[in-house]
Design a protein around this ligand. Structure first.
Ligand code: HEM
Length: 579
């Protein structure tokens, strides 16, 4: 009986304390940007109130002590309040705990494999699969609470989070050299198969990654400034191509996503090589053209990477069909990019020999890379391929969903059209500074359908999240797509409401941290500006010419690695009479 009364009272205390903790945390949320805080979480993190209140611990210990000496129990409680809860007590599926015990005797794999293998364990007998990690993560977080530990069946634990205040503890403590889960198969292809010295910016970390990133970012920014006009023309060409591929009902074909892929590749190659490759040729591409081969190889390589990264990593031990497909297609892309690199080298040499003056707008991204001593040809190839694999998929996904959201929300489309209709015919990058509604629409679209729905980090030091001590080396998965859809952060969270972003300081306000489509910290996307210019220019050009409609079932994102829309983008594009 004593036990029962005690338990009831403690439970009441828990909920009351939880209420205060939440309110206190809310007060912190609005007070300051989490990045203005010093980095040690035990003294400064925004989740500090929660860290101090390991209530789950109190219940059992109070129960135990109250029965004997109630006065001592208070002391134990107070001490416990300040102690982080051990990692072993982080909740998670228990079946995995037992499996991991069996496998821990042969720790040959690691947490990378854990994440991909979990789909088999967790999906057994249920609808949940890693293929749609949104449903899987939602299930785990609903079942076990905001911090879930997955005991790696093959060694290497994974912790899943989604709340912005927890994610911010991870980002605050990542230091100058964050580590994320790499694309293992791409890393193996480069380091072991091609014997390159670097694995590419996405997979690298540490001082070598920093040096590479410091070479890429200013060069990309410079090329973007000079090549904006080329991007604008490519968007015009895309509009032209759209006009000729519409059917009599003004609908674009099922393959419109491939057309967007071509647009994106054309923009990217324009920046990389200072050259139009002709992906959007109105006559279409011949199947033997180099552009066709590049496009097909990129799509095949993307499929092969998805296949290799999801499921058992058998390609680590023998050559699976997916691994062979990856090698074949990455070899083809490397070969084509290599030939462009060679031409650029020759051109640079000739200019130098003949002492020819070079106008800034004639300088391509690879020219900028070639003049850097820190980058050899193979480093440049890895950077270009990373950019193509990530950039084309992510930008296509984002542009596709931006068009979709505008089609589904005619009022928003109308308001946006009002904003952009005053722009001059020839767009410049500066024009984008005065388009708050367009920026809000893009951010809102990325909130609902981010192309990288989950961010990952491997902890470089111990941290305390939600009261739990999580050790260095743990593989963290941050389900930003879930925090983006939570009603507590966004009213009518499932609705497309760009107005919510007007006046909000994105990446600074705590609420805004619930949506970080380009990631955060030193490892955040290095081509955010490029992606924004591309998508904004495209939407401006499209809206000036057409009213976008969509008359079919809902389009979702498959929420996978290198995500893609689940349905054909069968937009109906009606010419504007005043366009
Ligand atoms: C709307 C389009 C895009 C979105 C939403 C996006 C989003 C992201 C995200 C979420 C990350 C990981 C950030 C983190 O872990 O904190 C990332 C990394 C990266 N992105 Fe993007 N991206 C986009 C376009 C592009 C483009 C166009 C390129 C290249 C041309 C690109 C190249 C990269 C690279 C190389 C990295 C790895 C950076 C590093 O680890 O240092 N992305 N991107």
């Amino acid at each position: 009986m004593w036990r029962l009364i005690c338990k009831k009272n403690v439970t009441k205390f828990n909920s009351a304390a939880g209420f205060f903790a939440r309110n206190f945390a809310d007060a912190h949320k609005t007070a300051a940007s989490p990045f203005a805080l010093p980095s040690e979480p035990s003294t400064t993190s925004i989740s500090k109130p929660e860290e101090k209140l390991p209530f789950s611990n109190i219940v059992s210990k109070t129960e135990m002590v109250v029965n004997q000496r109630p006065d001592v129990s208070l002391k134990v409680q107070e001490e416990d309040l300040h102690k982080p809860i051990p990692f072993d007590e982080v909740p998670g599926p228990t079946a995995l705990r037992y499996i991991s015990k069996i496998w821990s005797v042969i720790p040959i794999f690691g947490n990378q494999v854990t994440t991909s293998t979990l789909q088999y364990v967790l999906s057994a007998g249920s609808q949940i699969s890693w293929g749609n990690n949104l449903a899987l993560f939602r299930y785990l977080l609903n079942e076990y609470g905001p911090v879930v530990r997955l005991h790696g069946p093959f060694g290497g634990d994974v912790v899943i989070l989604s709340r912005p205040e927890h994610a911010s503890v991870v980002f605050q403590n990542e230091g100058p050299y964050p580590i994320r889960s790499s694309l293992d198969c791409v890393e193996k292809y480069r380091l072991q198969y091609r014997l390159y010295r670097q694995a590419g910016p996405f997979s690298m970390h540490g001082p070598e990654w920093e040096t590479l990133r410091k070479s890429i970012e200013p060069a990309l920014e410079q090329s973007l400034n000079y090549q904006c006009d080329r991007i604008a023309k490519t968007c015009d060409n895309f509009v032209g191509r759209t006009m000729v591929i519409r059917n009599r009902q003004l609908e674009v074909p099922k393959s419109y996503k491939e057309e967007l892929n071509k647009w994106c590749l054309e923009c990217l190659c324009g920046i990389m090589f200072n050259k139009n490759l002709g992906f959007l040729d109105t006559k279409g591409l011949s199947s033997t053209a180099e552009t066709s081969i590049l496009l097909d190889s990129l799509s095949e390589a993307t499929h092969a990477i998805r296949k290799c990264e999801f499921g058992l990593h058998m390609w680590k031990f023998f050559e699976t069909p997916a691994w062979k497909r990856l090698v074949q297609n990455c070899d083809t892309i490397d070969h084509i990019l290599g030939s462009y690199l060679k031409k650029s080298q020759e051109k640079l040499r000739e200019r130098k020999e003949k002492n020819l003056e070079t106008k800034p707008e004639d300088v391509s991204l690879i020219d900028c890379f070639l003049v850097k001593d820190s980058m050899v040809v193979e480093d440049i190839l890895t950077v270009l391929l990373d950019m193509m694999l990530l950039g084309v998929n992510m930008t296509t996904h984002s542009a596709a969903f931006m068009m979709y959201h505008l089609a589904r929300n005619p009022r928003v489309q109308h308001n946006l059209y009002q904003e952009i209709s005053k722009l001059p015919e020839n767009l410049t990058r500066d024009d984008l500074n005065n388009l708050p509604y367009l920026k809000a629409c893009l951010h809102e679209s990325l909130r609902l359908k981010p192309p990288m729905p989950v961010l990952s980090r491997i902890l470089t030091k111990d941290i305390t999240v939600h009261g739990y001590r999580i050790p260095k080396g743990t593989f963290m998965l941050i389900a930003t797509n879930l925090s983006s859809l939570r009603e507590e952060h966004f009213e009518d969270a499932l609705k497309f409401k760009p107005e919510r972003w007007l006046g909000m300081e994105v990446n600074k306000d705590m609420e805004a941290l619930a949506t970080i489509p380009f990631g955060l910290g030193p490892k955040a996307c290095l081509a955010k500006n490029l992606a924004e210019v591309q998508i904004c220019f495209l939407i401006i050009k499209m809206l000036r010419k057409f009213r976008i409609e969509y008359h079919y079932g809902d389009i979702e994102s498959n929420n996978q690695l290198l995500a893609a829309p689940t349905r054909p983008l069968k937009f109906r594009l009606v010419d504007r009479l005043d366009g």
